[in-house]
Design a protein around this ligand. Structure first.
Ligand code: PXL
Length: 279
């Protein structure tokens, strides 16, 4: 297996088991060297705690990028998640242009919304800037809410396959070569992911567990990116990431005190097992 180096750009939510605090361990478990650029530091994530602190780190980006360029540091992939501000998104585009190895990959999880609404602190200007970033990416990993916001589509809680295919077509029109749409659920008992790879759609579904948690989108995206960086095809990486995420939820939902995230650490051995012998 070749050893790849990735840069992930997302926030540090100090408490909450999401974004950077899951991306770093999950990518490391996948055997990928993981460098980090924190977009912002928050005391907790914004979903369920009240009064969290927020420090945008955009001002540090140019100096960090310059230093890396002087050192000749570059990356096989840049993977972005929750970003600090609309103006920071422009800085991320600079990073895409200057810090990738030739043929390096850009992967954008437009982490900004769920259940039909934007996360606290984001607005239309941010959503428009994210749309622009998605247009520059090789792979995007939106959920259905984000896909609707990126494409100006009315969000629906119930839908059919034609609605989802139309959504995928509109996402394709934005420009990314490959799309992994998450949370695609055609029956109440199942949920899944739809992967569009070079015009071909592959759907993978599994049993829906009884609770939703913050951070599971980040866990899915990190495992997907880590598995794909090992050389596993995007659709197989999506299966592995979906099975891993389901296991994280399974290991958590019976503990009502653990409401703010999933106990992903307990499922890391399962992720490593799913990857074994694959590359
Ligand atoms: O998991 C997405 C996420 C990441 N970072 C922060 C968040 C959220 C979701 O609410 O609030 C700070």
């Amino acid at each position: 297996m070749s050893y790849k180096r990735i840069l992930t750009v997302q926030d540090i939510s100090c408490v909450g088991q999401c974004s950077m605090t899951v991306a770093l361990p999950v990518l490391s478990a996948c055997g990928v060297e993981t460098c980090v650029l924190p977009s912002a530091v928050l005391s907790t994530h914004t979903g369920g705690f009240s009064g969290c602190t927020f420090r945008d780190l955009s001002k540090d980006f140019p100096a960090i990028q310059n230093h890396w360029e002087r050192e000749g540091i570059n990356f096989d992939a840049v993977y972005t998640g929750y970003l600090g501000s609309a103006s920071q998104i422009g800085m991320v585009k600079e990073i895409f242009q200057h810090l990738l190895t030739p043929g390096g990959m850009t992967i954008v999880d437009p982490a900004m919304a769920d259940n039909g609404v934007l996360y606290k602190g984001f607005d239309d200007v941010y959503a428009q800037a994210m749309k622009d970033l998605c247009g520059c990416a090789d792979i995007i990993i939106p959920n259905i809410t984000e896909a609707c916001m990126l494409t100006g589509t009315q969000f629906q809680t119930s839908y059919n396959e034609a609605y989802i295919v139309r959504l995928m077509d509109k996402l394709t029109d934005l420009g990314p070569g490959r799309i992994v749409l998450t949370g695609v659920s055609y029956t109440p008992e199942h949920t899944g992911v739809l992967v569009r790879n070079c015009g071909e759609d592959v759907y993978y579904s599994h049993v829906k567990l009884p609770k939703n948690y913050h951070g599971t989108g980040d866990i899915f995206a990190s495992a997907l990116v880590g598995a794909h960086m090992r050389g596993i095809s995007l659709s197989d990486a999506a299966r592995i990431a979906a099975d891993f995420t389901a296991r994280c939820i399974e290991n958590t939902y019976k503990d009502p005190a653990h409401w703010y995230g999933v106990k992903f650490e307990t499922a890391l051995p399962e992720l490593i097992r799913l990857l074994q012998g694959r590359t």
